[in-house]
Design a protein around this ligand. Structure first.
Ligand SMILES: NC(=O)c1ccc[n+]([C@@H]2O[C@H](COP(=O)([O-])OP(=O)(O)OC[C@H]3O[C@@H](n4cnc5c(N)ncnc54)[C@H](O)[C@@H]3O)[C@@H](O)[C@H]2O)c1
Length: 378
């Protein structure tokens, strides 16, 4: 498989590194917002081709699949272009700006018979797969509740800035959509539960932020060095409190925040059922706690010899050898390219465009609920 990446920022580099660690996949080219950026990234990441223009990438017949790592407002048009030229697509989340766009994307992927994934990489911590297996085989019993959080601190100050804070670049929602949707995707993936109603309370802590002159790539603002800024009004949420009802009758709660001091990139969940509770913290991703009423609580480690065959497929190191965030990208892409190699047969463990569409439907219900102050059906 010959692969090209669009976007040269935080995710562009993460995708490049993960692809280089994946046998059977050749990272051939990269394209950025300017020809200079593409060339600099190609040199830095040792990628053979730098495309001056997006159109040149799309026209390259040697490319089989495109990874989209640009700001959200570009995802729809880029994914459409790539699929129209017959390329498989792995797109960063959220899949697009609204559910009308994601519906079209999912339909086109189906019509063209292309493999189209959304990079909800948190599914691919080995213990996420293990949790899914254990829920499926009944270890948790009937699921009663799923609660948790996704928190970061890199947008805590009003001087913290990135394209994401603007609704026209990110979409109407930010903390909830940027990081909350990872959690929403993950817990539904693990449990098979489906969110059918939401009640949301959103808060924008900084209604204006100080925008530095020039581009600020993700997390790079924390390193300082900015001098000239201008004030910009902000409408996207810095944090959101969400309550869910699942189709089964189970209940859920999520707190998503990008302004929690000390939380760098921390998601947690507790999946509680009639028999046991599974508890995970991404800042300690090589273990999962199993809570019990009738036995001693236990800690299960990421260790292929103790984990299911399904988890083993996405584990490359023995117990005691940590696997974490960068590995989850490699494993997500393994699932994606295995699916292409198998002629799109077998299970699709990665999030599909249909899953990406569902996430946008949930986001739109969240916006409506917060505006109207009531439960909204998804
Ligand atoms: N899965 C994850 O864990 C994860 C983490 C961070 C970001 N993301 C997603 O990845 C995407 C990119 O986010 P990021 O954090 O890398 O942002 P970033 O700002 O660090 O990088 C975006 C890059 O896109 C480039 N770009 C802008 N316009 C372009 C164009 N027309 N053509 C090509 N390149 C263009 C910019 O120059 C920049 O280099 C977003 O959709 C975001 O939601 C996912």
């Amino acid at each position: 498989m010959n692969v090209a990446i669009t976007g040269t920022g935080f995710m562009g580099a993460v995708h490049a590194e993960a692809l280089k660690r994946l046998p059977g996949v050749e990272l051939v080219g990269i394209q950025g917002s300017t020809p200079d950026k593409a060339r600099a990234a190609a040199e830095r990441l040792e990628i053979p081709r730098a495309y001056d223009l997006w159109e040149a990438l799309v026209a390259d017949d040697e490319i089989d699949a495109v990874h989209i790592t640009t700001p959200n407002r570009l995802h729809y048009s880029q994914a459409m272009d790539a699929m129209r030229s017959g390329k498989h697509v792995m797109c960063e989340k959220p899949l697009a700006m609204n559910a009308a766009e994601t519906r079209e994307l999912a339909d086109l992927a189906m019509e063209k018979g292309l493999v189209a994934g959304v990079n909800y990489n948190t599914r691919f911590y080995p213990l996420s797969i293990e949790a899914k297996e254990r829920v499926a085989r009944g270890d948790i019993g009937q699921v009663h509740s799923i609660v948790g959080s996704y928190q970061q601190d890199w947008l805590l100050l009003d001087t913290d800035y990135n394209w994401r804070v603007l609704a026209e670049e990110q979409g109407a929602l930010r903390a909830v959509s940027d990081i909350g949707t990872h959690w929403i995707d993950l817990i539904q993936f693990i449990t098979g539960e489906k969110i059918v109603q939401v009640f949301a309370d959103l808060k924008t802590v900084h209604e204006t932020r100080k925008r530095p002159q020039g581009e600020v790539e993700t997390f790079s603002g924390k390193l300082g060095g900015v001098e000239a800024t201008e004030s910009v009004p902000i409408t996207t949420d810095d944090m959101g409190c969400l309550t869910f009802r699942f189709a089964s009758g189970a209940r859920g709660m999520l707190f998503a925040s990008q302004v929690t001091p000390g939380k760098k990139n921390c998601f947690r969940y507790e999946i509680s059922g009639s028999k046991a509770c599974l508890e995970f913290d991404s800042e300690n991703p090589n273990q999962i706690a199993i809570g019990s009423r009738v036995e001693a609580n236990a800690i299960l480690l990421k260790d292929p010899s103790l984990n299911s065959e399904a988890a083993q497929r996405f584990t490359d190191y023995p117990g005691g050898h940590a696997e974490g965030y960068p590995d989850s990208f490699k494993m997500c892409f393994r699932a994606f390219y295995d699916c292409i190699a198998a002629g799109d047969q077998g299970t699709r463990d990665f999030a599909t465009f249909e899953d990406g569409h569902r996430e946008l439907e949930i986001c739109e219900a969240v916006v409506k609920s917060a505006a109207d102050g009531r439960w909204v059906d998804v």
